[in-house]
Design a protein around this ligand. Structure first.
Ligand code: NAD
Length: 482
């Protein structure tokens, strides 16, 4: 019999207390459920918060050496189990197996990167105006933090939140997406094996409206780090504001790739394809608008369509270029937006249907529209699927105007041979991530990650050299010796 204990509270694996069951499906074979188990309820979530709060004092007192060696052990265990983790990820989320392996390895790298912060993340000594007073800052953990995560990077995103929260001395209640609880369970099992003390990390699997809501409103939670959609993120930010606790929300995107007339068109086409269709368009940084100078739009459009039509689509376990959409709901959303774009007058160049022979999973062909303008919903709303809109601009200024004419501001890219144009783009674009001659997708662990506008609460960035700041209080100390 399969193990139905998905809740990890105070070092024990237990069943959810709710009467509701959750079924996890493989989006490549939805009729064959992977797991069914009871969800956690509100009371169980409260219990997890209480347990994490009780564990706080002892965890905060652990030495930097203890914390860094624990994080290195977690990284090693993730690496040792890369095959098993990648297979679970692909079965549950649908992405191609090589992408899953890449994500799992990145999770290990993340734990290693943040391990070093146990010994180095610290306050500052600041010159004092008074020679008898020593002025410095110290950083202390927030206490117990809630980590609420989406399904699209179901091991990398929890890892960068968990690693940073733990290394700074916080205890955690982790709520993964209901689409991807299996990989979350396996990750927490590895944390347990590495020796994370009881109560320090707790996993609560259940719905956003009960478990998620309890975590965002519970008085025992001292900070919330959320990644997900803008609608939910704003709701959580509002609840956190009412309680006056720190909040980090990284949310949706509508990311532009701008192509200027002096760009390398082959490189620009490769980047657009990778950015729009890699991970089935289910990356928050996915390219959804290709904004092209009128002089090169025909050439680039031909190159993009040719490449899109050559992509393989199929079950993630066969390692195709593109796997299925994650869920029935996302599948419906993808096809809804095809209709919305057509009705608004966009021209479908390729895709827009389910590929032949793949009727049973949530598949869609890589889809490219042209004649898209900013007043259309397809140019404004996040689809979160493999749908690319080509938009024409007559010059640099118009390209920037189109690129910025959305509520989101997560990632962006410009293709040009002229570094003065690249610099102007980097200054004018309203986005937290800017790529020059690179895809909107992809990021480096040591670089800060996060958006602007409706893509982020812009409190503190994730990843990078200062990601730990979110998880700490900063105190300014004035010490005058007697
Ligand atoms: P989602 O907002 O539906 O869910 C995210 C998490 O919030 C899940 O764990 C969910 O159960 C929980 N949740 C839902 N309702 C809640 C509530 N009322 N209270 C508390 N928690 C609640 O997002 P999703 O569908 O899982 O993920 C896709 C979205 O995430 C896209 O919009 C994508 O752009 C975004 N995303 C952003 C980033 C980024 O770094 N900016 C990264 C990945 C994904």
């Amino acid at each position: 019999m399969t193990d139905t204990r998905y809740q990890y509270i105070d070092g024990e694996w237990i069943e959810g207390d709710s009467d509701d069951e959750m079924t996890v499906r493989n989006p490549a074979v939805p009729d064959d459920p992977l797991a069914t188990f009871p969800r956690a309820d509100r009371e169980q979530t409260r219990n997890a918060v209480d347990v994490a709060t009780e564990a706080s004092e002892a965890w905060e007192e652990t030495t930097p050496d203890e914390r860094d060696s624990l994080l290195y052990d977690i990284a090693d265990l993730i690496d040792d189990n890369v095959d098993e983790l990648a297979q679970t990820l692909t079965k549950e989320e649908g992405k191609a197996l090589s992408s899953s392996r890449g994500e799992v390895s990145r999770a290990a790298e993340i734990f290693r990167f943040f391990a070093s912060y146990a010994r180095t993340a610290t306050g500052e000594t600041i010159p004092s105006s008074d020679p008898d007073t020593f002025t410095y800052t110290i950083r202390e953990p927030l206490g117990t933090v809630a980590l609420v995560t989406p399904w699209n990077f179901p091991i990398a995103t929890p890892s960068w939140k968990l690693a940073t929260a733990l290394v700074t001395g916080n205890t955690v209640v982790f709520k993964p997406s209901s689409q991807t609880p299996m990989i979350a369970k396996q990750l927490v099992e590895l944390l347990e094996r590495a020796g994370v003390p009881d109560g320090v990390v707790n996993l609560v699997v259940g719905s956003g409206s009960t478990v998620g809501d309890e975590l965002t409103t519970n008085d025992g939670i001292d900070g919330i780090s959320f990644t997900g959609s803008t609608g939910v993120g704003r709701q959580i930010a509002q609840a956190a504001a009412d309680r006056g606790i720190p909040i980090q929300t990284e949310m949706g995107g509508k990311n532009p790739q701008v192509v200027l007339p002096d760009a390398d068109i082959e490189d620009a086409a490769d980047a657009a394809i990778g950015g729009a269709f890699g991970l089935t368009g289910q990356a928050c940084t996915a390219t959804s608008r290709l904004i092209v100078h009128e002089d090169v739009i025909d050439e680039l459009t031909d190159a993009v369509v040719e490449r899109a039509e050559s992509l393989s689509v199929g079950p993630g376990m066969d390692d195709p270029d593109m796997g299925p959409a994650v869920s029935e709901e996302q599948d419906e959303t993808n096809f809804d937006y095809i209709d919305i774009a057509k009705e608004a007058g966009a021209t479908l160049l390729t895709g827009g249907t389910r590929p032949d022979g793949l009727e049973s999973g949530y598949y869609i062909e890589p889809t490219v529209f042209t004649d898209v303008t900013s007043d259309m919903r397809i140019a404004q709303e996040e689809v979160f699927g493999p749908v690319l809109s080509i938009m024409e601009a007559s010059d640099f200024d118009e390209a920037i105007e189109i690129a910025n004419d959305v509520e989101f501001g997560l990632s962006s890219s410009v293709f040009t041979a002229d570094m003065a144009s690249a610099r102007r783009f980097a200054n004018a674009i309203e986005a937290g991530v800017v790529k020059v001659n690179g895809a909107t997708t992809g990021s480096q662990i040591q670089m800060p990650f996060g958006g602007m506008k409706a893509s982020s609460s812009e409190t503190q960035k994730e990843m990078g050299q200062t990601a730990y700041e979110f998880y700490t209080h900063e105190k300014a100390v004035y010490r005058t010796d007697p």
